[in-house]
Design a protein around this ligand. Structure first.
Ligand code: UDP
Length: 321
């Protein structure tokens, strides 16, 4: 099978590319290398292309036809919540416009199966213990909104062109599957803590007065390799017969607080870290934990790694191990 992976030189995309190559699949990576790295795509063919450029539909359709692609996985997008609040136009243009071009190219080249990176950010501030896919999305920032709009676009493309699509709503992704695929340029809690430690600074906790056991926010951290594996499961699902759902949460079903993550990083580094308590970050829900029921039952996927595995792999990748 041949899969075109857009954004395959980035953090999550490169893990999926490697798993596909290990399965013996043919992989073409399309990436503009703005936040990706050429060397991470070794073993796949790399096409340098910005999917938001005016001629992207034609160029993508040409690539899809030339390689005889059966499926597309689309990662290429901006993903910083704060930046999306400052520059919503950039998020509309690149995240929504990029996906529009990708879907138009798939329609033109008659590619049927599409997997799309969505996000738990579509849910906004849900006031529930476990977030299920049935919950009405209510994004509270432009980033989450672009992901929700993207899911609607997939549904429209299905109706218009007979495509089959899956949107994976990622919870908090961290860790590394291989030392050369470390979390470089990823602006999330685990790499931010590691950056702080490397720079000799204390990690900062964004608020310790939330209604949680230790007062800090709780998130569902999933290993990037487990997440990559969920994409493979989604591809297999699209290639199969039965297809009752289009949207799946990807997480572990277990929550960890910011303080627990900092402690885990300390354990992995063999030192005790002293966090500094800071202000709340606007728009942070107190807890966001994934219900894994749908993905377990429908895709047969479940996570295999816990917080210590995740953090250890992130530390080891940075140390080149
Ligand atoms: N966080 C923090 N300090 C930091 C970065 C993040 O306390 O330097 C917290 C943040 O408020 C949230 C959690 O860590 O509760 C995860 O944040 P991240 O930005 O990694 O992912 P998000 O949950 O926003 O998608």
């Amino acid at each position: 099978m041949t899969t075109l992976v857009i954004g395959g030189a980035g953090y999550i995309g490169s893990h999926v590319v490697r798993l596909l190559l290990k399965r013996g699949e043919h992989v073409i990576v399309v990436d503009d290398l703005s936040t990706g790295f050429r060397e991470r795509t070794e073993g796949a063919e790399l096409v340098e292309l910005d999917v938001t450029s005016p001629d992207a539909v034609d160029k993508l359709a040409f690539q899809l036809r030339a390689c005889g692609a059966d499926s597309v996985i689309h990662f290429a997008a901006h993903k910083q919540v704060g930046e999306s609040v400052q520059k919503p136009e950039m998020y509309w243009h690149d995240n929504i416009g990029g996906l529009a071009n990708v879907l138009a190219a798939c329609a033109s080249a008659e590619v049927r199966d599409v997997v799309f990176s969505s996000s738990a950010a579509v849910y906004g501030m849900p006031d529930v213990d476990l977030v299920t896919e049935d919950l009405q999305p209510q994004p509270i920032n432009p980033y989450g909104a672009t992901k929700y709009v993207g899911e609607w676009m997939l549904a429209d493309a299905e109706r218009a062109h007979g495509m089959r699509t899956v949107a994976l709503r990622y919870f908090n992704v961290a860790g590394a599957g291989w030392p050369d695929l470390a979390d470089t340029l990823v602006m999330n809690l685990v790499p931010i803590i590691l950056d702080a430690v490397e720079a000799g600074r204390d990690p900062i906790v964004f608020g310790d007065d939330y209604d949680t056991p230790d007062g800090t926010c709780i998130r569902d951290y999933v290993h990037v390799l487990d997440l990559a594996d969920a994409h493979i499961a989604a591809l297999d699902y699209l290639r199969g017969e039965d297809r009752p759902h289009r949207v799946f949460n990807v997480g572990t079903g277990t929550g960890s607080s910011v303080l627990e993550v900092i402690e885990a990083v300390g354990r992995a580094l063999g030192t005790e870290l002293t966090p500094t308590m800071g202000e709340r970050r606007p728009g942070d829900p107190a807890r966001l934990i994934c219900s894994t029921e749908r993905i377990e039952q429908t895709l047969g996927w479940s996570s295999s790694k816990d917080l210590d595995d995740i953090v250890r792999s992130a530390v080891e990748a940075r140390q080149g191990r």
